[in-house]
Design a binder for this molecule. Sequence first.
Ligand SMILES: [Mn+2]
Length: 435
Amino acid sequence: MRRVGLVLWTIAGCLMFCSRSVAGGDPATEWAARRALALGRMDTSSAMVLRSPEVRMRNADVNYRFRQESNLLYLTGLNRPSVTLVLAPAGVMLHDTVAHVLLFARAGEDGEDPLPAIGDGVILDPGRFQEIMSGLAGRLSMLYVNQAGVAFMQDWLSGKPMFLERDSRREFEQRHPGLKVKNAGPVLAVLRQMKSGGEVGEIRKAIAATDTGLRRAMQRCRPGTNEYELQAEIEYGMATAGAQAQSFPSIIGSGPNALILHYELNRRATRAGEVVVMDVGAEVNGYAADITRTIPVSGNFTAAQRKVYETVLRAQQAVIATARPGALWKSLDAAARSVIAGAGFGAFWQHSVSHHLGLDVHDAGVMDTLRAGMVITAEPGIYIPVNDTTVTAEYRGIGVRIEDDVLITPEGSEVLSAHVPKTVAEIEQLMKTKR
Ligand SMILES: [Mn+2]
């Protein structure tokens, strides 16, 4: 049985090294290669169950728009509910074949993606899930599940609702001695953190759409423009440039709201002399962009705003210069901190400067050593409280964050969002061309 894993590793390894050709080729090949890599990372006495999340009610008969759980999307490309993927390195006997990949899903309804070709496994009716898993359970010592996958365990717990995930997990383990339940996330994170050429291509599209939106907002902004108008300009631009959604709720923070990291109310009228932080990202085919630009409402930065802005920009350039294969994640923070502290703004530091970017805006991955093929953000900021008396009045209440998306390359890095206006001169120039 170990040999199965080795063979899968070899196939997947070749596909990874040939990722440039996969990028332009058949996505189904890439999904199959990822499943093979995931199987290769699992012990033969383990299985992985990834289930799509439930469709969530917003109110009455209105649901939130469905979006697939990212691990399941990574391994199948299927953006639809009622899908369960099972990876079983030891194999499941079906008729006269042994399947390692089992996709429980019904043929597509109107408007749904067709089921992918599963050359490496089988597609089964969801009604067979319990029977097949019951047969498999006795041979397992480890079960990896995603968040929604936890709910599948109710099938083995006499239909008891799974409101208490932790207790149910323990109860499940007690009923199946020798079987441990673990989060599938870490098994897949080490794969998801390395982007293929195809994935980088999708991220580039999301960045291009975000660029279109941010430029619209810069040209629209003037004193009195409401935060929601800037949001609307950005999301309009994204949609017309190919975005299917926002990868997270748009953050448009003017004046004092620039200091609130996850502000998303976006209902304040901007005022002359303030800056606006716009932290936004389009989603294209499941992949996120995450870009922040800070602009002066009046079209020109004040001297104090400019000093803060250019400090953040230098800090960001230091982060980007540090980002290369072999660099430690913590060295990114250190690079930014040294510039910001050196300029006398060390007390106004609030958050770390980087995260993985991919199917999730804060993508799965290990944050220790950078490797070529990772996509990360570079996003230092300075946030000076309104009432801070350690600085002179003109600096109080200034919040600046600058964020770009960076591909780690064998030579160093490539700023994928480099075309989004960023310097003081570029921003002030674009803002002169009002719409
Ligand atoms: Mn970010």
